[in-house]
Design a protein around this ligand. Sequence first.
Ligand SMILES: NC(=O)c1ccc[n+]([C@@H]2O[C@H](COP(=O)([O-])OP(=O)(O)OC[C@H]3O[C@@H](n4cnc5c(N)ncnc54)[C@H](O)[C@@H]3O)[C@@H](O)[C@H]2O)c1
Length: 353
Amino acid sequence: MEVIITGGQGFLGQELCRSLLQVDGLLDAHGKKLQVSKIILVDTTVPVSRLGVNADEKVQLESVDITSPTQCRALLGKVKSGHALSLFHLAGVMSGAAEKDFDLGLKVNLDGTRHLLDACRARTEGGAARPKFVFTSSLAVFGETYGEQGRAVGDTDKIVPKNTYGMTKAVCELLVNDYTRKGFLDGRTARLPTVIVRPGRPNAATTSCFSGVVREPLHGEDAVLPVARTLPHSVTSTRALISNLVILHDAEWPPTLADRSANLPCRPCTLQQLVDALYEVVPAEEHSKLGKIIDQEDAFLSRVVGSMGSNLSYERARELKMVPVPDLKTVIEEFLEDFGDKSVVSRKRRKTA
Ligand SMILES: NC(=O)c1ccc[n+]([C@@H]2O[C@H](COP(=O)([O-])OP(=O)(O)OC[C@H]3O[C@@H](n4cnc5c(N)ncnc54)[C@H](O)[C@@H]3O)[C@@H](O)[C@H]2O)c1
């Protein structure tokens, strides 16, 4: 089996690739376990030097702009029609960028997804086996849906996003359902909570501070919080998220169910709870090394994050036996193990295979 990961140089693309290089196979559309022989990592640009997962001999790097239908078709053409194919579609622009630039949000998140779906369709209609297509949506598809206080929002609740990012994801969820119903591909949609703790620099997601509040102090830098410390938000850990994307890929989907989406396991948390967990994880004698936390609320970001809600349920994920999200202390310890190279405090390291 060959795997394509779009957004392959992004945070989750790299982590998914790392995980797929270690699995003992993936299930194809007929439930048959196949070894992963190649992983094609796709992004707008490819890195000059092949470090980390990019350097693995099974990994092929491709520069593709998914806003080009021609480039999407050519990408699918790189996998021989006799080979099983799974495509994990992770490329996209994040919530802050899509809210500020409506046209860009539509072009990449909506048109780009459609071009990939159409390229899959053309491949199937050309005689290849239906590819599996795992789409990364977001809990931002619910917006107004969170309005009914006291009731958890579940897999089958109406999707009424309140930002452009969530709208593009919601439209793509419906496309994935219908391309599956038509037999063009075998699609599944993961509705992701915010994944913490993201390594690297802050990104264009409105929820970036839910990682920054932990990451920056651990790097000895100050963290600025543009969102109120008490605002609850749904999060998952990087390790749980990656495991659950693979479980969703392999899941046997009820054949009569037109909806191919599942809320992924998540837990509500506030920035203050993350601060508390950080100070518990770091030994007291090292607290002075941590960067400061500065409150500087931004009305735009608070409004967008506040429209995402936090009272979620995830029955389909439970039925599929997805991995639960660990407690916040464990989430921070995992970040230190996996990505803590720049940390100013002591830490354990990730076990490498
Ligand atoms: N990380 C999260 O907390 C989170 C939460 C909810 C949903 N998601 C979704 O998961 C997916 C992956 O998230 P991530 O955190 O890895 O994002 P990321 O920003 O780290 O990676 C996205 C990648 O997509 C690439 N990309 C953007 N436009 C492209 C184009 N036109 N053609 C090809 N590639 C393009 C970018 O270069 C980038 O490397 C996204 O679709 C995102 O919407 C992520």
